[in-house]
Design a protein. Sequence first.
Length: 122
Amino acid sequence: MRTIWTITHDNIANLKFPEGTHENANTLYGPRNAVELLQSFLNAKGASEHPITPENASEAIQNRPEAFRFRMKDDDREVYYYGFMIPGDEVGAELAPLKDFGELNAGCTSIEIRDNGIWNPV
């Protein structure tokens, strides 16, 4: 499975735009086929009580016990985004939100994972 991620807080959001857009990334998720990936993942675990839809995908990702927190920063170490990811089995899985979205959308240069209350660089 590929890493599935969602942005839960966008520190640079333009609030004139709806959530889930590149300008206001709150509730944005990825990759593009995240809904299908998450549904397949849940089906394989026998944990699919409700269908995953674009409207509930971000919340579904956050609520999975496999999910863990991340944040993305620019090279000035300013935090742009917070989110959750369910790591996949691809090489560099923990970098997926950065590579899929953070670098291209906002020039983020690093991602950190929260473990036992401490932010650790990937």
